[in-house]
Write a protein that binds this ligand. Structure first.
Ligand code: IPM
Ligand code: MG
Length: 370
């Protein structure tokens, strides 16, 4: 029997609640597909600050470095917001991405028909939308230097962050995106601000260079501001989007909201090989997490939606463990649950009763068993 080591970092806020449901699903899949999943829990984010004074300890980082995959809930909350930037919960996330070299962040946004009316856009604009945002995750302005806030001689202050990309960094994320595009609609939209920022002019150049190796993929370019507008105007024109860290952060939230709820969307952050052919870089590390945050306002109320975390488990099975069939089963079970009209509060329409986080997890399990 195969056995995989998974580091489970539930994190803060609703993290533990959504993770509990995802773990149930993963355990069931293990039994059904005769695969062992050895789960090791670790503290990450605010809970780690409370216990150890920092958001990510060396022990937990080590766990993550040595695991076959990491499953993360969410980090952060008002309790830790006033802390110094260098030790805030979010640093844990950024450190994990950097230390595990998870440069390719995949954020799929797909419309579920039964949830169409949960979106703020008209159904005729949304029908059939299926976008994959590929966000560069370990470079760009998030990590570039110089950075920081300094006090000048006259007493005023100066804040600096720096947008940096090297050709190898652009090359590998472009290749990852082309590989993904090959497995989808073979259309890749590269997003930059090449009319203003030299760094993104280089981005465009390198993406074009890489496109020579992928003659079957149609490559298009868009400025980020236009892309923000086009995503709302006509989201169906997009198949795969590839962009840098910061533009990807913003556009993936926008793409997520097309689907009506950020509570539905999963993500994969890949360091290398995985199951995507050609994503063949330094290592096979990966982290899976819902794209939403820790939602401290509803933590402990049972109102959280566990679907994004359960879908993150599906992505983990697909990309890290090559368990396509199991991943399909989970995704199909979720579609059936939605078809039956079961809704958590975030996706319940007017007059629809909402079920709890646990009830949603149980409903998905029941569908899987059926
Ligand atoms: C995300 C989040 C993170 C980011 C934060 C929590 C650091 O917004 O994963 O999109 O900015 O990358
Ligand atoms: Mg974000």
């Amino acid at each position: 029997m195969k056995n995989y080591n998974v580091t489970v970092l539930a994190g803060d806020g609703i993290g533990p609640e959504i993770m509990a449901e995802a773990v149930k699903v993963l355990s069931y899949i293990g039994e059904k597909h005769d695969t062992g999943f050895t789960l090791t829990d670790g503290l990450c984010g605010g809970v780690s600050i409370d216990e150890h004074g920092k958001p990510l300890t060396d022990e937990v980082l080590d766990l993550a470095l040595n695991a076959d995959a990491v499953l993360l809930g969410a980090v952060g909350g008002p309790k830790w917001e006033a802390m110094d930037y260098s030790i805030r919960p979010e640093r844990a996330l950024l450190a994990l991405r950097k230390e595990l070299a998870l440069f390719a962040n995949l954020r799929p946004a797909k419309i579920y028909k039964p949830l169409m009316n949960a979106s703020s856009l008209k159904p005729e604009v949304l029908e059939g939308v299926d976008v994959m945002v590929v966000r560069e995750l370990t470079g760009g302005i998030y990590f570039g230097g110089p950075r920081g806030v300094e006090t000048l001689a006259d007493g005023t202050k100066k804040g600096t962050n720096t947008l940096v990309y090297t050709t190898p960094e652009i090359d590998r994320i472009a290749r990852a995106a082309f590989e993904i595009a090959m497995k989808r609609g073979r259309k890749l939209m590269s997003i930059d601000k090449a009319n203003v920022l030299e760094c993104t002019e280089l981005w465009r150049e390198v993406v074009i260079e890489v496109s020579n190796d992928y003659p079957d993929v149609e490559l298009l370019h868009m400025y980020v501001d236009n892309c923000a507008m086009q995503l709302i105007r006509d989201p169906r024109q997009f198949d795969v989007i590839v962009t840098g860290n910061m533009f990807g952060d913003i556009l993936s939230d926008e793409a997520a909201m097309l689907t009506g709820s950020i509570g539905m969307l999963a993500s994969a952050s890949l360091g290398a090989k995985g199951a995507i052919e050609g994503l063949n870089h330094e290592n096979g590390r990966a982290m899976y997490e819902p794209i939403h945050g820790s939602a401290p306002d509803i933590a402990g109320t049972g109102k959280a939606n566990p679907i994004a975390t359960i879908l993150s488990v599906a992505m983990m099975l697909r990309y890290s463990f090559d368990m396509t069939e199991a991943a399909d089963e989970i995704e199909a079970a979720i579609e059936r649950v939605l078809d039956k009209g079961l809704r958590t509060a975030d996706i319940a329409g007017e007059g629809e009763t909402a079920i709890s986080c646990t009830e949603m997890g149980e409903a998905v399990l029941a569908e899987l068993r059926a």
